[in-house]
Design a protein around this ligand. Structure first.
Ligand SMILES: Cc1cc2nc3c(=O)[nH]c(=O)nc-3n(C[C@H](O)[C@H](O)[C@H](O)COP(=O)(O)OP(=O)(O)OC[C@H]3O[C@@H](n4cnc5c(N)ncnc54)[C@H](O)[C@@H]3O)c2cc1C
Length: 474
């Protein structure tokens, strides 16, 4: 039987009568409707020595919410949402939103919008906001204005690995609260609800842009020139809470989007004017459309649907401001090498502010605090070739990751959008927080019932070719 490191399981897009194996999918799921279901599931898994996973939307790129032969605690139907106009605690007084663990981004944004507020959530409308997103850090169109997703947390309700239903906040189980705010999903306990800060809504301007060239050498020089110009514009909008996303591959940037909360159309046009002049002087084909929206939700809805399904493998790195500004030539050269080698690139360009979030004491990877560009790289992945070839193909993304590590060695990688084979994931995904997170993991899940690839404590287990987990140091 082939191992399950890459997905070779039944594909929902294949004809129904084509033979396939369940492979890396979970075998059984408990449709969680209340904490008692989780407690019973944990008890059952321990008694019968069954692999257990916490599953919400299943969006995880590493398959952390799946596992061969496993039983899943499926939180998708925990859909309660409560708007709290005046949440009061010692640390925070203001509007908040309490969401069940199964609430997806779009559902939270819709309720927030109806109440004239916003909450920090991801670009993809179907991500589980209380699941891997906030627990993993969570970057957002709003991060330049309000901070990361994990910076917004006020409290969690959680079932621990010992089957206890507890609260975690700045005053109760404070270490668990700290870990759940950025230290990664799937390992400390099962969150059943989360309460986060909400912020007053504001108008937002969106600039959508694209450009392309042919792929001959001289044209590609112009392409990289236009891209470099775009990158160098970024620090100019960081202090005003701006965010942009660039999606590109060799010779083509088909989608770029800038989002400015409380930016006018005129402000945005002024920001882009020098770039337009540059593109015209280079003779590049481009488009630029700038639109003002009355609210975050209307601006957000204008871009919804950009995420597409495809077969690719992910990697990435957090590029600090210092690298962007002071190692410009090296940065451009590494980008060029990776793009020429066939990468599909997604960039999240924003600096997560601490002005509103304060200096939150949480488990977010410290490298996030210097972020200028979160690079997400995708390498095409062909799952119809021989297994040995698939394993070989996985090395491409790890090789690109090595180039980025050399460029910004002190930085790290966003644990949700990274290479599943990242060497030294403990340092790259969690930084100096790893040792403390591991103590918290062992305190709330002493038997290690929760396992997820690259999650804190996962190095205590190795997956055998048939998918079973064995202790690395029994
Ligand atoms: C199309 C797409 C776009 C994305 N865009 C963004 C973006 O804009 N910003 C960003 O920051 N990220 C983004 N991501 C990454 C996303 O945040 C992660 O994939 C995240 O892990 C998804 O969380 P989930 O709960 O929806 O998924 P799942 O796959 O269900 O779970 C992810 C992890 O969290 C754990 N988990 C889930 N629920 C719970 C729970 N209740 N308690 C404890 N652990 C739990 C799971 O065990 C697993 O380890 C994107 C992903 C996709 C696929």
């Amino acid at each position: 039987m082939a191992p399950f490191y890459a997905n070779r399981s039944c594909d929902p897009f294949m004809p129904v009568d084509s033979p396939c194996q369940i492979g890396a999918y979970v075998r059984y799921a408990i449709n969680v409707t209340e904490p008692a279901d989780i407690i019973a599931g944990i008890k059952f898994a321990k008694k019968n020595n069954v692999r257990l996973v916490i599953r919400n939307t299943g969006h995880d790129f590493f398959g952390k919410s799946s596992g061969p032969g496993s039983l899943s605690l499926w939180t998708h139907h925990l859909k309660d949402i409560e708007y709290i106009p005046e949440y009061k605690s010692e640390a925070y007084h203001g509007p908040a939103l309490k969401v069940g663990a199964g609430v997806q981004g779009i559902e939270a944004f819709t309720v927030a919008d109806k109440n004239g507020v916003v909450v920090v959530g991801g670009v993809c409308s179907s991500i589980g906001i209380a699941g891997g997103y906030t627990q993993g850090g969570g970057h957002s169109i709003l991060m330049g204005k309000y901070g990361l997703g994990a910076d917004q947390t006020l409290e969690f309700e959680v079932v621990t690995g010992e089957g206890k239903h507890v609260n975690a906040s700045k005053t109760e189980n404070t270490d668990l609260y700290w870990a759940l705010s950025g230290g990664g999903g799937g390992t400390y306990g099962v969150v059943t609800s989360m309460t986060v800060k909400a912020h007053k809504d504001a108008p937002m301007t969106v600039a959508s842009y694209s450009f392309r060239t042919s792929t001959d050498g001289a044209s590609m020089d112009k392409f990289y020139d236009a891209l470099d110009f775009l990158h160098q514009m970024a620090p100019g909008y960081f202090d005003r809470g701006g965010y942009s996303a660039n999606v590109y591959s060799k010779g083509s940037l088909p989608f770029g989007g800038f989002f400015g909360s409380e930016w006018t159309k005129e402000d945005t046009a002024a920001l882009f004017q020098p770039w337009v002049e540059r593109l015209e002087s280079l003779g590049l084909q481009y488009s630029l459309n700038i639109t003002e929206y009355p609210s975050y939700f209307s601006a957000y809805s204008s871009i919804n649907g950009i995420a597409t399904i495809g077969a690719s493998q992910l990697g990435g790195r957090i590029i600090p401001k210092d690298t962007l500004l002071n190692k410009r030539a090296q940065f451009n050269q590494v980008i060029k090498n990776i793009v020429e080698d066939g990468a599909f690139m997604i960039e999240v360009v924003a600096h997560p502010t601490l002005e509103v979030a304060g200096n939150p004491d949480n488990a977010v990877l410290p490298a996030w605090r210097d972020n200028a560009i979160t690079l997400v790289l995708a390498a095409p992945f062909n799952d119809t070739v021989e297994w040995s070839q698939m394993l070989e193909d996985q090395k491409t993304i790890t090789k690109w990751g090595g180039l980025l590590r050399e460029l910004a060695p002190e930085s790290g990688t966003y644990l949700n959008e990274a290479d599943a084979n990242e060497p030294n994931f403990q340092r790259e995904f969690y930084g100096e927080n790893y040792a403390r997170l591991l103590c918290i993991k062992n305190r709330y899940d002493p038997t290690g019932i929760f396992y997820a690839l690259t999650a804190v404590g996962s190095d205590a287990w190795a997956q055998s070719p048939d998918g079973r987990l064995c202790k690395t140091n029994p």
